[in-house]
Every structure is written in C-alpha cells, then in structure tokens.
Design a protein. Structure first.
Length: 367
C-alpha cells in the first residue's frame, strides 16, 4: 500500500481530526517528464518567486558540505544555484545530468531523486521523490513530504556513502564601493603599521645584540690583557726562582770545595816542608856553594806561600793547568773559581769571566 501511495504524486496519507489515517488525493496535475524544469513539479504557495528570491536569499548562506568516508570532499552552495540567471525557484538533485541542477552518480540514486524548495522566510525544505529514499540524521524521510532542513542536519541519498551536512547562516552585507575602498585603505594602513612595528622591533633587537657584542668584546679584551699580565708575572717569578736556585747551588758547591781545598793545601804544605828538611840535611854543601840558586829558591817559596791564598783545584777542575783553555769551560765551572776565591765581578758574560780569571792567575802565579 505504501509503495502505491509513494508511486502516485496525487496520493498522500493524512490524519483526520479523530486521529484516523486516510488517503488524500490531490486534484493538481502531477509533473510530466516532457515539461520544462520550471514547470516540472508543483511549486507550493509558500515558495519564493523568481522576482523575490534575490531580495530574500541574497544575504543567506545555505551550503551542503560533502563528506566521503568521513573525509571532507567539497561544498555545494544551494543559494548560488538558486540565484543563477535562469528563473529557478527550486533545485533538483538526481542522476539525470540534463534535468537535474546537481548530479549525483550512484546506482541507488533516481533520475530525479529529491527537490529543494525555498520559502519566503529564508528556510529550505527537502521533498523526496525517489525510489530508494533519503535519510536525514539516519532517519528515513517520508515520501513526497516537505521536510525543513536545519543547521548541521546530515543527509544521505539512497545507498550512497556520501554524507551532506547542511550549513545555514547569514552572508556578510556587501559594502558600497567607496566604503570598500576606504576599508582596503585602512586595511593597508593597518598592515603598514604592523610592518613598521615589526621593523622597529627588529632594529631594536639588532641594536641590543650589537651592544651586547661590544660589551662582550670589551670584556674579552680585558681578560686577554689580564692573562698576558699574569703570564708575564709568572715567567718573571720563575726566572727569579731559577736564578736563586743556581746561586744557592753555587754557594753550596763553594762551601764544599773550601773544605777540600784547605785540606789539600795543608797536606801539600806539610809534604813540602818535609821535603825541604830532607834536602837541607842532604845538600848542605851544595847550598853553601850555590847561594844564588838558594836565593832564587827562597823567592819561589815566598811566591808559593802567596799562592796558598788562591784555590785553583775546585770540583775536579785545575784552573792552573787549564789557564790556556779556559774558553772550553762552561760559565758554571768558571764561576767555581770566582765564587771560591771571593772575587767580586757581578753578573758578567763568559768572555769577561775568562779575562778576570786569567788576570788573577797571572797576578798570583808565575807563567
């Protein structure tokens, strides 16, 4: 029974005042397939006219957002289709590309599946004329009944997996040309102000960075100077310590050699005295005959007595034997003689030390 009612455009169910259902037959003619798109369907009395649709829906926005497998695919603007230059007052959805305003290619979609009507209050109604029906929010829509579409309603046509979400709202009111120009000028000024502010900020940041860099460079230079100063002081202190340690070494070596030299000189003097006594006992006759030679011997003894005051053998170095080869000795060894015999020369070079020692040896010892 329902299929028969749905197949006939003039039949539809209705409730009486006492609540009983009955079939009502409309006396209006059903739409013919040969008629044009404007006269193809019965247009309700409350639908907009061609001369008033711009006034009512110019500031309205009715969009169907298409989702395929829960992924956004595209938009269908119903108001743009309605306000086309053609005298349309309703929109047809279906599979027939020639007769429909929007084509949906699916096997379960009828050639003309449903119609969207627009009333004078700015509302949109769906009118189902399909075989496989329409779902709104997962609920089937009654056949050939005007159902008002609300914001965020979800529509499905037939067995298609595509979902159409209804978005109803108001469009922004277009301004006058002068107002638009003023708005663009103000917007450009606003953009320029923003760019100027950004440029000023960047310049300030650059200046701050430069100041920080200069401060850091000054600090680095001061630290480098401090490091150089400290290294100089360190090297000077090390040199002083080395000089002091060398002087202490020389003093210690000289003290040791003083003890050895004195003992050697005493032993040498005793042995010389014994030899002299033996010579005097044995050669008394020769001494009486050769007084001149004895005088010369006495002078030599006196000279030897003077030589005792100078120490010539120090730390294994005999300066008397090496008097002609002093240049081969090191400064440290030459200093042995100077320090041991307490000759004040100060800090001099090697050549001057050699001259001082040779002159001293010439002065106190015969060639």
């Amino acid at each position: 029974m329902t299929e028969i009612i749905a197949s006939k455009a003039t039949l539809y169910r209705k409730l009486s005042n006492d609540g009983r259902a009955f079939i009502h037959c409309s006396h209006r003619k059903p739409p013919s397939s040969s008629s044009s798109s404007s006269d193809a369907y019965y247009v309700p009395k409350w639908n907009v006219f061609a001369n008033t649709k711009h006034k009512i829906f110019a500031h309205k926005s009715v969009i169907l957002k298409v989702y395929k497998d829960d992924r956004y695919a595209s938009n269908i603007d119903l108001v743009d289709l309605l306000l086309a230059p053609l005298p349309k007052v309703y929109l047809v959805f279906g599979r027939d590309e020639k007769e429909c305003d929007f084509c949906v290619q699916h096997l379960s979609i009828s050639r003309k599946h449903c119609i969207f009507y627009f009333n004078r209050n700015g509302h949109v109604y769906l009118f189902d004329i399909s075989t496989h029906g329409v779902l709104i929010n997962d609920a089937p829509v009654p056949k050939r009944k005007h159902v008002q579409l609300k914001h965020e309603d979800r529509i499905q046509f037939g067995q298609s997996s595509r979902c159409y979400v209804v978005c109803v709202g108001d469009k922004p009111v277009p301004h006058h040309r002068d107002d638009q120009e003023n708005m663009t000028v103000t917007a450009n000024r606003h953009v320029d102000d923003k760019t100027d502010k950004k440029l000023k900020k960047t310049e300030l940041e650059k200046q701050k960075l430069q100041l920080e860099n200069t401060k850091q460079s000054v600090k680095i230079n001061e630290m480098q100077k401090m490091i150089e100063k400290l290294t100089l002081e360190l090297t000077q202190s090390k040199q002083r310590k080395n000089v002091q340690s060398e002087d202490e070494k020389h003093d210690d070596d000289g003290d040791k050699n003083d003890g050895n030299g004195n003992s050697d000189s005493e032993n040498g003097n005793e042995s010389d005295d014994d030899d002299d006594d033996d010579d005097e006992e044995e050669d008394t006759e020769e001494e009486e005959e050769e007084q001149d030679e004895n005088d010369e011997d006495s002078e030599e003894h006196e000279h030897d007595a003077k030589n005792v005051r100078r120490v010539t053998k120090i730390n294994g170095v005999d300066f008397l034997k090496e008097r002609n080869h002093l240049s081969k000795l090191t400064v440290v060894k030459l200093r042995y003689y100077i320090d041991k015999n307490k000759i004040n020369v100060g800090r001099v070079k090697k050549a001057e030390l050699i001259n001082v020692i040779t002159n001293d040896l010439k002065k106190h010892f015969r060639a």
